[in-house]
Design a protein around this ligand. Structure first.
Ligand code: ADP
Ligand code: ADP
Length: 232
């Protein structure tokens, strides 16, 4: 579960202060596929980045499974972060490394045994359908395949939460469909809670059960997808 409680984030830009998040109150339940939609600049990216502390709130709190990450020790924080996977619009993969090496990276960094790494990487590569691409370099892959690698890397630490930052915005409609299908399976087969931000209504309609609409740093509406999108 993810709870935003009066979460506020301000950026100092020169002499002016930009309020990216303005007292956000929002709860994402375990098992949700929760979508946050809004125009560019609404605060979506900042919101999702406060969950794994890529951005630290200026005030207010963010609780992840009841824990406020800003209060943890470095060691506890490293453990908690394994619980939160993230995928990105532009994939954020290492081009000089193979598919296997990219997916293994989070495990290598946490000092896990080589044989265990091989097992876990093989398992997630099979899940995303890329077992035969393990030794390929990132530049040899299509956009959809790159995002599958991103998803595999996010899943390899066995998280309970997956954050998706405009994960299909760089993909064509057909590829978007297949990535959304895969995310559905992540939610259903692994029971992972998904929090995604997008500016595309279709993406929300396709896989989310709940949605929040953001505007100017505020949540202006929240509910289940049918309610919010069928209201007159
Ligand atoms: P969205 O993801 O909905 O496009 P963002 O969260 O990226 O919105 O941005 C919300 C507001 O915060 C925008 O006005 C943006 O310019 C500003 N902002 C985001 N990140 C920074 C930053 N690192 N420094 C200054 N301003 C930022
Ligand atoms: P995307 O829309 O692909 O997430 P953005 O251009 O919104 O990319 O943001 C890219 C990075 O720049 C993010 O780390 C964000 O926090 C930062 N950023 C966004 N707006 C600003 C801004 N006005 N000033 C400084 N940094 C910003």
């Amino acid at each position: 579960m993810i709870e935003f409680i009066e979460t506020t984030k301000e950026f100092q830009v020169g002499t002016t202060v930009v309020t990216a998040l303005n007292h956000i109150n929002l709860t994402i339940q375990k098992g949700d596929v929760f979508g946050v939609i809004g125009f560019s600049g609404a605060g979506k990216s900042t919101l999702i980045r406060t969950v794994n502390l890529l951005e630290e709130p200026t005030s207010g709190r963010v609780l992840v499974n009841g824990k406020e990450l800003t209060t943890l020790s470095k060691k506890q924080l490293r453990e908690e972060k394994k619980n939160i996977g993230m995928i990105f619009q532009h994939f954020n993969l290492l081009r000089s490394k193979t598919v296997f090496e990219n997916v293994a990276m989070p495990l290598v960094l946490s000092g896990i045994k080589k044989s265990k790494i091989e097992d876990q990487v093989s398992e997630v590569l099979a899940f995303v359908g890329l077992q035969d691409k393990a030794e390929r370099f990132i530049d040899e892959l299509s956009g959809g395949q790159k995002q599958r690698v991103g998803i595999a890397r996010a899943l390899v630490t066995k998280p309970t939460i997956l954050l998706c930052d405009e994960a299909t915005s760089a993909l064509d409609p057909q590829t978007t469909k297949s990535i959304l299908e895969l995310l559905k399976r992540v939610n259903i087969e692994y029971g992972i809670t998904i929090l995604m931000i997008t500016h595309e209504m279709e993406v929300i309609r396709d896989i989310c059960n709940r949605v929040a609409v953001m505007e100017n740093g505020k949540v202006i509406e929240t509910g289940n997808v049918l309610e919010v999108f069928s209201s007159p």
